[in-house]
Design a binder for this molecule. Structure first.
Ligand code: GLN
Ligand code: ZN
Length: 761
């Protein structure tokens, strides 16, 4: 008998019920009781979805974020939220930590939010201080387990974040100290959690320690031994869960931990090593159904992998999702518009659960027990291997024919920049924006009416042209130097390009939680990517025809398009990135031909695909850089290439950013306190750079003095001839009044500094 389970279920609801309930609650439109009842229904939908599995996994549901839940459980509440010591933490306190405000309680700056490993999910960073005290401050997990026991007759597996993963992800506030100093106190708190979980009736405890896939030093490995030795004294029901990458050199440590079982990600991990070293008398949970991507499992292949394991782990083999299904959409059956062939290739959360169930049956009762499912799966995979919708010979040939120089500009930057300086004749500190202007109700209406067929193509174009006219005239009035068309035609910077490229599919309900109530709907790259025709040329040409100032052509870069989509599992990321890059290269070429002299290729997500393990990072960076350069290098020396990046820690990949060889990069810095600038003490950034001076996430208008200070600050790190002045990111989420006021101050500050510096020359 093998055991079927998942590591967690999507938490927002198939129709994003939790999102809407949360937002209404925050707006004061519903009360907390209503919010709780909607949340409970969503949670229990997730439980019902697991009815066919052997274990019911609970405790993964959250009102906002599971790492924040862990902090709350441990009573780790940053002092600025004035939580009364010893009391249980209220839901509003939790929301204030996450968002800075809630219907009750004082506003205070929210805790930082950052990416969960190499996914697009963001967690709330725990804040710890020297001598941090832990005191269990929430009963929610324990109450949930009790409720689950009454809900179903299945064995209940409670999910908790492991102590060392929680600690590793925490950020030290105030006086610095070694986090590991907190291990004894944290262990005591976790022992109490385990006692209460067992008392609540948990049959198993899934303890998530994904940091075991990272490069760990000996001290942290030793901490694993110490902590788990203690936890084992309380519970012999611990399943240690790892995911997202290989255990590699951490495996030796893991093998010695006194836990009941180990879960490993068989999609991204090193299953073969684990199979060799993990003892046969302990549980092995194999995450063979991909929790992070949407492709139907190759059941025959999976069964071939699992069957021999069932011998060594007789009765102790668990079959599961590679990681929590929180990274996948809920139900493929909800999709009504997906092409039926493409749809047959996919599996969302509900379908993944069925796959796990089927595989477990196959392992327990033999192939014949799942014959029908195997045949269907084989057919699907055979159709994908040969489908002409997926494979495009011309695209493959073009990628194969990429030559050494194709990703290099013909002329070196030092020379190009001279040529460009003569051509554009821009002042010191040229001003520009990042691309989008406010996405007003009017703009959304135009796009919506066109989508619904209420206006024809010509009316749609006229509508967008009006918006472009408006954006250009506003920028001229403001006195900006390099203009943009405003991106009114785009709903989303990746979706827009996906819709205009071959090889992409879109869902109606394929939402995946990004953070809190925010979800994204990534496009699906199902085949070779090519560009049937020009995408942006008309818009940019029109914008350029309205002004004598240069207007930037505006594209999303290959790595970002890849990174914010569901990638193929039958093609490497590198090849997909190169295909997208070549499609964009043609777009860049067409823009240049149309007289567009400055072209921006945004790569905000370039950091996101960076492998977790250091040893694989260089390889990734090499192809990511190359993909960008393939898209941008086919132009004349006088054509100025810009790129833009934001909201990631770019310091450690700054050399790669320089290797992109963009003539100008605009990069978010004001939100993160200009921390980025520190890197320029040691690293001489070669090309032009515009560190953001306006935090576009805040409704606040920065004052002229504030902006001047930021610019002056930047001149301490970077030669002023190299500097551009711009906001942190695109302005689509702001209103025109704010944007006008903020940009007016940006221009005023820049002009006054120009005068001051020019006098000093
Ligand atoms: N050009 C895009 C915009 O301005 C860039 C957005 C982003 O960096 N995420 O909206
Ligand atoms: Zn940005």
């Amino acid at each position: 008998m093998s055991v079927a389970h998942i590591l967690g279920f999507p938490r927002v609801g198939a129709q994003r019920e939790l999102k809407f309930a949360l937002e209404k609650y925050w707006q004061g439109e519903i009360d907390q009781a209503k919010l709780r009842s909607i949340a409970k229904a969503v949670e229990e939908d997730g439980w019902r979805a697991q009815a066919d599995l052997d274990l019911l996994t609970v405790g993964d549901f959250t009102f906002y974020d599971h790492i924040l839940d862990t902090s709350v459980l441990l009573g780790v509440i940053p002092p600025r939220f004035n939580h009364p010591k010893g009391e249980k933490v209220s839901l509003d306190t939790l929301f204030r930590i996450a968002r800075g405000r809630a219907p009750s309680g004082e506003d205070a700056p929210a805790s930082e939010m950052t990416k969960w490993f190499d996914t697009n999910y963001h967690y709330i960073v725990p804040e710890i201080e020297k001598g941090q005290v832990f005191k269990l401050s929430s009963d929610r997990l324990f109450e949930t387990v009790k409720r689950a026991k009454g809900f179903s007759s299945q064995a209940v597996k409670a999910v908790i974040t492991g102590p060392l993963t929680w600690l590793k992800l925490a950020s030290v506030k105030g006086e610095q100290f070694s986090k590991l100093e907190l291990v004894p106190a944290l262990t005591t708190a976790y022992k109490e959690i385990l006692i209460q979980l067992e008392a609540s009736g948990a049959d198993w405890i899934q303890i998530d320690e994904p940091i075991l896939v990272l490069d760990l030093c000996d001290k942290w490995r030793a901490a694993f031994k110490a902590v788990y030795q203690e936890l084992a004294k309380i519970s012999d029901k611990l399943i240690l869960t790892t995911y997202f990458d290989e255990l590699a050199d951490n495996l030796e440590t893991i093998v010695e931990l006194p836990v009941a079982g180990l879960h490993i990600d068989a999609i991204r991990g090193d299953l073969a090593n684990v199979v060799n070293q993990w003892p046969g008398d302990k549980i092995l949970s194999v995450g063979i159904v991909d929790g992070r991507n949407i492709w139907a499992n190759n059941l025959a292949q999976s069964l071939t992998t699992l069957t021999p394991l069932a011998e060594k782990w007789e009765g102790q083999l668990w079959v599961g999702s590679s990681c929590s299904l929180l990274h996948s959409p809920v139900d493929l059956n909800a999709e009504e518009k997906l092409d039926t062939e493409i749809k047959s290739w996919l599996a969302f959360g509900i379908q993944k659960i069925a796959e796990i169930k089927t595989l477990t049956l196959g392992v327990t009762d033999g192939r014949s027990a799942i014959e029908e499912a195997l045949t269907k799966s084989n057919n699907i995979h055979a159709s994908r291997e040969t489908s002409t919708r997926i494979h495009n010979l011309a695209v493959a040939q073009r990628v194969a024919a990429i030559k050494a120089g194709d990703d290099q500009r013909e002329t070196a930057f030092t020379k190009r920049s001279q040529i460009q300086a003569n051509k554009f004749n821009l002042p010191l500190f040229p001003t520009t924006t990042i691309g989008s202007f406010p996405q007003t109700h009017e703009i959304r209406q135009i796009r919506r009416k066109y989508r619904l067929g209420e206006i024809d193509k010509q009316q749609y174009h006229e509508g967008i042209y009006d918006q472009i006219r408006y954006a250009i005239s506003e920028q001229e009035k403001l006195g900006l130097d390099v203009l943009v068309h405003g991106e009114a035609e785009r709903n989303d910077m990746v979706e827009y390009f996906g819709e205009n490229l071959d090889g992409f599919a879109f869902t109606q309900f394929g939402w995946v939680q990004s953070y809190g109530s925010r979800c994204v709907k990534p496009p699906i790259i199902y085949g070779d990517v090519s560009r049937p025709k020009g995408i942006t040329i008309d818009w940019i040409k029109f914008a350029q025809s309205l002004t004598d100032k240069p207007v930037k052509g505006m594209l999303t870069g290959p790595v970002t398009i890849l990174s914010w989509s569901f990638p193929r599992d039958d093609e490497s990321d590198q090849t997909s990135a190169f295909q997208i890059a070549l499609a964009l290269r043609d777009e860049v070429h067409d823009l240049e031909q149309a007289g567009v002299a400055i072209i921006q290729i945004d790569e905000p997500a370039i950091r996101e695909l960076l492998p977790l393990r250091r040893e694989r990072q260089a390889d990734y960076l090499a192809w990511a850089e190359k993909a960008f350069r393939l898209s941008s290098s086919g132009v004349k020396a006088e054509t100025q290439i810009h790129t833009h990046m934001c909201y990631s820690n770019f310091n450690e990949i700054i050399k790669s950013i320089a290797n992109l060889d963009a003539d100008v990069i605009t990069i978010e810095t004001s939100r993160s306190d200009m921390k980025l600038l520190n890197v320029f003490r040691e690293f001489k950034y070669p090309n032009d750079i515009g560190p953001g001076v306006y935090d576009i996430h805040s409704p606040r208008i920065p004052t002229v003095t504030e902006i001047e200070t930021l610019i002056e600050h930047a001149t301490q790190y970077l030669p002023k001839e190299q500097l551009w002045i711009n906001p942190d990111c695109g302005l689509k989420t702001r209103g025109w009044d704010e944007v006008r006021a903020a940009l007016k101050n940006v221009v005023t500050a820049t002009k006054s500094l120009r005068q001051r510096y020019q006098k000093a020359l």
